[in-house]
Ligand binder design. Structure first.
Ligand SMILES: [Zn+2]
Length: 323
């Protein structure tokens, strides 16, 4: 009450000034003018998603991506690892060491297990099996002062459980074992372009490579906008976003364009930790869902919200190109 009467008193002295401040303040808060939307980039399926063109190595692909991230001053990026891909693969192991020297690593299960096809117990073993490599990369290799930063978990296929029992069981396991869930809120299924690009490069088909670029960027643009619309429909506001990408043949070629696009759309790049500190990520739909997609897609289903109109991804064209 005291504050209130003080305010009244002050406003009576300086009414015009007060109203100007109030107006601009509210405008800034509610309209978000000039405030860049936060976004964290993440990469899945390290050391490699999809196929590579002949003669291209994992080390090369990883090195190129890391150089772009550094050159463009992108805050630390999490790479989610499937340790099974390192078995008998020196190129992959070397690529991962390079990644871990520059960026962060997180758990994506040992062999990219699908929770919809497996019991929670088997899935939990896979989480555990991925840990020795993460520990090694994070603690022993190159980051002497590194704290435990690898306890971030990304669900393969974004499948969080087709039954609520599975969902709850794995979530409880993750919590007990100190993991945070690296939820995804923006995704244009970039992995579709990785193997297609590898095929087109192998055939030296420049016309198709041009199409891959234009279709990639128009799809990315469409689904960035869609994600933001979804957030507004679900939370009544924009949130800090987490973007899912996959490290593969096309990553380093298209990444500069992706970074330009994100900038053009007004995103400010932040770390995963910062993006996921948004309270939106504390929400849990807590239901069993089949192939449910991002956290935003899950909420759309649970709340029965109709999707805004949007163009679909060119699945068929990508599948058949350069075959
Ligand atoms: Zn994956």
């Amino acid at each position: 009450m005291k504050h209130f009467s003080g305010l009244i008193c002050w406003t009576s002295v300086r009414p015009a000034l007060f109203h100007i401040f109030l107006l601009f303040g509210l405008f800034g808060i509610f309209c978000g003018t000039g405030i860049a939307q936060k976004l964290a980039i993440t990469f899945d399926d390290l050391p490699l998603n999809g196929l590579l063109p002949p003669g291209v190595t994992r080390v090369e692909t990883t090195k190129n991506v890391l150089e772009i991230l550094k050159k463009r001053h992108v805050p630390p990026v999490y790479g989610f690892i499937n340790a099974k891909k390192l078995e008998g693969n020196a190129d992959g192991a070397e690529a991962l060491k390079l990644w871990a020297a520059a960026e962060s690593v997180g758990n994506h299960t040992y062999s990219h297990m699908d929770l919809e096809q497996n019991a929670p117990e088997a899935f939990e073993r896979e989480i555990e099996e991925d840990e020795p490599v993460l520990e090694l990369l994070n603690l022993e290799l190159l980051k002497e002062d590194a704290k435990d930063t690898w306890h971030w978990f990304r669900y393969p296929y974004l499948h969080e459980g087709d039954t609520v029992e599975k969902r709850r069981a794995v979530r409880a396991y993750l919590k007990t074992h100190g993991y945070s869930i690296a939820q995804v809120t923006l995704d244009w299924e970039d992995y579709l372009w990785n193997t297609a690009y590898a095929r087109c490069v192998a055939k030296n088909d420049t016309k198709s490579i041009d199409w891959l670029r234009s279709s990639y960027l128009s799809t990315a643009s469409e689904f960035l906008d869609l994600g933001r619309e979804q957030a507004k429909l679900i939370y009544g506001r924009e949130i800090s976003y987490v973007l899912l990408m996959h490290l593969g043949a096309y990553s380093s070629t298209i990444l500069p364009d992706v970074l330009d696009l994100l900038k053009k759309k007004g995103f400010k790049l932040v770390t995963l930790e910062e993006a996921e500190s948004d309270v939106a990520y504390e929400s849990d739909p807590d239901v069993g869902l089949h192939d449910a997609g991002t956290l935003l897609d899950q909420w759309m289903q649970v709340k029965g919200i109709k999707y805004p109109e949007h163009a679909e991804k060119p699945y068929k064209e990508i599948e058949s190109i350069c075959q």
